[in-house]
Write a protein that binds this ligand. Structure first.
Ligand code: GLN
Length: 270
């Protein structure tokens, strides 16, 4: 049997410090401080075998978030599995921009392509008066999103299955938010890292410029926003000017672009 110290050292050599710690914490059901404070704590045989299995899977490329079944987003823990895109810190930029614009009193918010529900649940938690509707075309994703809503006391979110605006025909919102698929078809990025294991439909819609879904969302916004409502869309690192042109063509008279933590333009606001 191995100690925490030995187990960590071995795992670190193959998958690096950060992932090794995440896996050990998950298997032992402890936090990082426990690992540091108890280097000579012995793992049980079952825990030992489980760590080995997860380290092997990580070595094979499986995202650590799928292995442990969760990822932190905007200070909350979200359940994730292979039905949903793993929430990225970049998307916290979109959440911040939306929160800066949402009123504190009653308002209606639509999240298109909710996936794990990270955006919808965060907005519902941060704005208790907001009525949030979350749409996804994937029943599997909606199952994960519903579980996340329950877990964070955001059970009032209305989840609807369907493509973009189809489940909310005739409804209008104060804000529409979306992190749609935007990776261009054939982008080499799709064959790298975590993206190889994430749902393809969350990453790319098959359009050559990656803008197919963003176009559909901007086109439909006119019929689904109230006057002076906000549209906030996450986009790819090289799509800011294309998305700004689409917003202008659709008649959004006020437009803004927000950069992510890496200083890359990431969110278009109209
Ligand atoms: N930001 C993701 C990536 O390139 C893509 C997410 C998306 O298409 N919405 O890793």
């Amino acid at each position: 049997m191995r100690t925490i110290h030995a187990s960590l050292q071995e795992a670190e050599d193959t998958i690096g410090k950060v992932d090794a710690r995440v896996i050990l914490c998950d298997v032992l059901g402890v936090d990082r401080a426990f690992l540091v404070a108890n280097p000579f704590h012995l793992l049980t045989e079952t825990q030992d075998a489980r760590v080995d299995m997860m380290v092997t899977q990580r070595q094979m490329g499986h995202p650590v978030a799928y292995l442990v079944g969760r990822r932190e987003f905007y200070g909350r823990d979200f359940a994730v599995d292979a039905n949903v895109l793993i929430p990225r810190p970049d998307t916290e930029t979109l959440v911040e921009a939306a929160l800066a614009r949402l009123p504190n009193d009653e308002c209606r918010v639509l999240d298109l392509g909710t996936g794990s529900g990270a955006i919808a649940v965060t907005l519902a938690c941060e704005r208790a008066q907001a009525k949030v509707v979350a749409v996804d075309a994937s029943a599997g994703a909606l199952g994960v999103a519903r579980a996340n809503a329950e877990r964070h006391g955001a059970g009032r979110i209305e989840f609807l299955e369907g493509s973009w605006y189809s489940p909310v025909a005739g409804q209008r919102f104060d804000a529409i938010v979306a992190n749609p698929p935007y990776v261009a078809a054939g982008d080499a990025h799709l064959g790298e890292g975590d993206l190889r294991f994430e749902p393809a439909s969350a990453l790319t819609d098959g359009s050559a410029d990656g803008l197919g879904s963003i176009r559909a969302i901007i086109d439909g916004a006119r019929d689904h926003l109230v006057d002076n409502g906000w549209l906030l869309i996450e986009h790819g690192y090289d799509q800011a000017s294309a998305v700004a042109s689409l917003l202008e063509a659709a008649g959004f008279n006020e437009r803004e672009s927000v950069k992510d933590l890496a200083a890359i333009p990431r969110v278009a606001i109209g």
